[in-house]
Design a protein around this ligand. Structure first.
Ligand SMILES: [Zn+2]
Length: 174
């Protein structure tokens, strides 16, 4: 017998016992393997977690892993939310502003904006603490009529080099 950790297309995970891998393939092909939570027949094998013989524990381990993954996703979301709500968006001025704050020419505050890899490297070399903003970029890159939004106008500036990273000057977080 072989045990597979399985996931349906709605991301429910569960486990199934099969005679061997060919048995799994045959059953899956015939739609005989279905998700106990939603009945979906679109099942795939999950990455195997170390199995503990005797049942229960490996499934709770898989559940814990899924939970951790979910929590991490939420933490990334929260970090982004925090930065976007509490930090000033300075767009392409980021390297300059970060430097001014670092050297005390400007009041210390949280900022975020855009910088090229080289600009980031230069900042780091100078001892400015910068960090990439986690998570996918949410600001719409499409042209927008909303000129009042500094994010949109900065992001839509013509000729903005591609491949810039969003970074934060994270003194405030320390
Ligand atoms: Zn399901």
């Amino acid at each position: 017998m072989i045990k597979y950790q399985l996931i349906c297309d709605a991301e429910h995970d569960f486990e199934g016992w099969f005679r061997d891998s060919a048995d799994y393939d045959a059953q899956a092909e015939d739609g005989l393997v279905e998700c106990p939570a939603c009945g979906s027949e679109k099942i795939r094998k999950a990455m195997m977690a170390p199995a503990i013989v005797g049942g229960k524990r490996s499934s709770s381990r898989a559940a814990r892993l899924a939970e951790i993954k979910r929590d991490m996703g939420q933490a990334v979301e929260r970090a982004r939310d925090y930065v976007e709500k509490n930090f000033d968006y300075v767009g392409d001025q980021f390297p300059e502003e970060a430097r001014k704050i670092h050297y005390g020419e400007k009041e210390e505050r949280g900022i975020y904006g855009e910088a090229t890899g080289k600009e980031v490297k230069d900042l780091v070399d100078e001892g400015v603490s910068v960090a990439p903003l986690p998570g996918p970029r949410r600001t719409s890159p499409e042209p927008s009529d909303d000129a009042a939004s500094p994010q949109a106008s900065a992001a839509d500036k013509p000729g903005k080099p591609r491949g810039k990273q969003r970074v934060t000057e994270n003194k405030k977080l320390n």
